[in-house]
Design a protein around this ligand. Structure first.
Ligand code: MG
Length: 208
């Protein structure tokens, strides 16, 4: 997968500051930026983009901290919330034989990753995501559920899964509305870099 954003990409983290980001309530984000990397500052809260998305492709890179004494959900936890509503888990799940619905690469509590594609902590990893937003009718009822395909470190870990709804800790609001990319402060020193998205047309190429 390419790590270089194409011309059509919206660069969400410019590598030098968080001018494209806010806290959940729209205030100033509390995370740190250094050497082209944005990092969780524990207990400053989640951060989200000012940009809003419907269907889109997302690329980002993340690194979990080395926490040898920690286990389970306390080990390098963060999260990538598509539209602020659907969490792809970020966790140190390196070496787990059969990852579950709470492990790295899972859609939290809905889908476990197909394979464990995790690298060890302190190594950069990538998510490449194809996101298809739910389709609603004129009565704002969902007629086609959200779909997500995810590659972790170039391996397919979620193959066009159909989500049953939003995941926990989502931003709320109408699921038919465009939403931000939100990154989770779960109290651990997770880092992110090279974050960009490409908005996708909502209809197929035969409808241009
Ligand atoms: Mg999480």
């Amino acid at each position: 997968m390419t790590h270089t954003p194409p011309e059509s990409a919206v660069v969400l983290f410019n590598g030098s500051d968080l001018s494209n980001w806010t806290s959940r309530d729209g205030g100033a984000p509390g995370w740190a930026v250094e050497d082209g990397v944005m990092a969780v500052v524990p207990r400053t809260g989640d951060v989200m983009t000012t940009e809003r998305f419907t269907d889109h492709f997302l690329h980002l890179e993340f690194m979990t901290p080395d926490m040898p004494e920690a286990t389970g959900q306390a080990k390098g936890n963060s999260g990538v919330f598509l539209q602020g509503r659907y969490e792809i888990q970020v966790l140190d799940s390196y070496g787990i034989a059969v990852p579950g619905m709470g492990d790295c690469g899972a859609i939290y509590n809905q889908f476990a990753p197909l394979v464990n594609a995790c690298k060890p902590p302190l190594e950069w990893q990538s998510y490449d995501v194809i996101f298809r937003a739910p389709r609603l009718n004129d009565d704002s009822e969902i007629v086609e559920n959200t779909r997500v395909t995810v590659l972790q470190n170039g391996l397919v870990i979620l193959n066009n899964v159909i989500l049953s709804g939003t995941t926990g800790a989502n931003i709320g609001g109408g699921v038919g509305d465009p939403g931000p990319l939100l990154l989770q402060d779960h109290g651990n020193l997770v880092k992110f870099r090279n974050i960009w998205a490409v908005p996708l047309p909502l209809e197929g190429s035969d409808k241009y």
